[in-house]
Design a protein around this ligand. Structure first.
Ligand SMILES: Cc1cc2nc3c(=O)[nH]c(=O)nc-3n(C[C@H](O)[C@H](O)[C@H](O)COP(=O)(O)O)c2cc1C
Length: 188
């Protein structure tokens, strides 16, 4: 297959987009984040890569807590809004309906079907970004999105962001069973 060199740039991925929530000076603020990853499952740990100076990060530092909210495709407009304007200039507290869990200070977005309540564990500084590491103390999921007690991706209908600059997509069709389809591949 012919390859074309595009220069030194990150791979252009399709990423599930999340909304980081934190209370800033007592009011919920939300920041749209696509550069998000799971770091560990025991203890459950997540990482969000944030540009310097995000208003939401000030709230995470202030309280030592934040939330990671997984929106459905129905929330594309408020998610995009929270990624277009900063809490420095706009009050985004009503972009979602906040609720609180056991940490008490991490506002979670009721409209998002899955919400991770996090304790801020670490901030790893890079030149232009910070890796914000949080430990999940509780995962809240809409009852209607559970199948056999587990979150069901089809029901959550996650909002996907296509790098670089969009558009948003929904999930496509199932391709194969992970951790199964490769089992016989090496025996060919
Ligand atoms: C689709 C989308 C994805 C984004 N992903 C990130 C990201 O991964 N990290 C980041 O720091 N900013 C990201 N942004 C930009 C922030 O959401 C934006 O700067 C926001 O206004 C910050 O809000 P705040 O200053 O109130 O915290 C994204 C924006 C959009 C629309």
């Amino acid at each position: 297959m012919d390859k074309v060199k595009l220069g030194a740039m990150p791979p252009q991925l399709v990423l599930p987009v999340v909304v980081m929530g934190a209370n800033v000076e007592g009011r919920p603020n939300y920041c749209t984040v696509a550069w998000v990853t799971i770091i560990d499952d025991e203890p459950p740990t997540v990482g969000l890569v944030l540009g310097k100076g995000r208003r939401t990060m000030e709230g995470a530092r202030e309280n030592g807590t934040f939330s990671v909210n997984v929106p459905g495709t129905a929330s594309a407009a408020p998610v995009d809004y929270c990624g277009l304007v900063s809490g420095r200039e706009h009050d985004k507290s009503e972009a979602f309906t906040p609720f609180y869990g056991e940490l008490g200070t991490a506002p979670m977005a009721r409209e998002c079907p899955m919400n991770a309540e996090c304790r801020l564990r670490q901030v790893v500084e890079f030149e232009g970004t910070d890796l914000v590491v949080g430990e999940v103390v509780e995962l809240h999921v809409d009852k209607s999105c559970l199948v056999d007690g587990r979150p069901d991706a089809r029901k959550i209908d996650p909002l996907l962001y296509v790098m670089l600059g969009g558009p948003y997509h929904s999930m496509g069709e199932k391709v194969a069973d992970a951790f199964k389809v490769g089992k016989d591949f090496g025996k060919r």
